[in-house]
Design a binder for this molecule. Structure first.
Ligand code: S3P
Length: 178
């Protein structure tokens, strides 16, 4: 088992917030596949979807994971919500470290993302139905990729962090400031 803590989950499941808070708690750096891709491409995810298409974006995600797999130092990696859908990506994830699935119900997700315009897949007339459909398609793949599953609906961020730190400790993933 290598040393990264990888956060996966649906859009709006809290990966970014949890990743940042965990990075303070564990004194580890945090990185985010969406941000890495935006930096590399010099454009926003919504522009990549509009100009290059979703398939091109999915290839960028795989390339991004390959690059992360080459990096030596342990860090927290927050994944774009669709990353675990590709079998190749799930293979790479298995080599990266502890994969934590931040699971949330469609209604919880909807409440968090309903006013957000940055997620191209949810820009439709009935986002809640879309969330339910996508989740039904994706659930088994998130589960397959996960080493740890946390049901986040009724948990505070602090409780989620406590669970992750405990699981990291069990696996000998180092942390020093909690
Ligand atoms: C996507 C999730 C987004 C982003 C893109 C596609 C998905 O990331 O990668 O809009 O397919 O679920 P977040 O999960 O950080 O919103």
């Amino acid at each position: 088992m290598s040393k990264h803590i990888v956060l996966e989950g649906f859009m709006g499941s809290g990966k970014t917030t949890v990743g940042i808070r965990l990075s303070y708690k564990m004194a580890m750096t945090v990185t985010d596949t969406d941000k890495l891709i935006e930096k590399e491409q010099q454009k926003k995810i919504s522009d990549i979807f509009a100009e290059d298409g979703e398939e091109a974006f999915r290839k960028m995600e795989t390339e991004c994971l390959r690059n992360l797999a080459k990096q030596g130092h342990g860090q927290i990696i927050s994944l774009g919500g669709g990353v675990p859908m590709r079998p190749k990506n799930r293979e790479i994830l298995k080599t990266l470290g502890m994969v934590v699935y931040l699971r949330a119900k469609p209604e919880t997700i909807y409440a968090r993302v309903k006013n957000d315009t940055t997620r191209p897949l949810l820009q439709c007339s009935d986002p809640l139905t879309r969330i339910r459909e996508l989740m039904a398609e994706r659930e088994s793949m998130y589960e397959e990729a996960a080493d740890v599953i946390i049901d986040t609906d009724s948990l505070s961020v602090e409780q989620i962090l406590t669970d992750i730190v405990r699981e990291a400790e069990k696996r000998g993933i180092s942390s020093c400031s909690y």
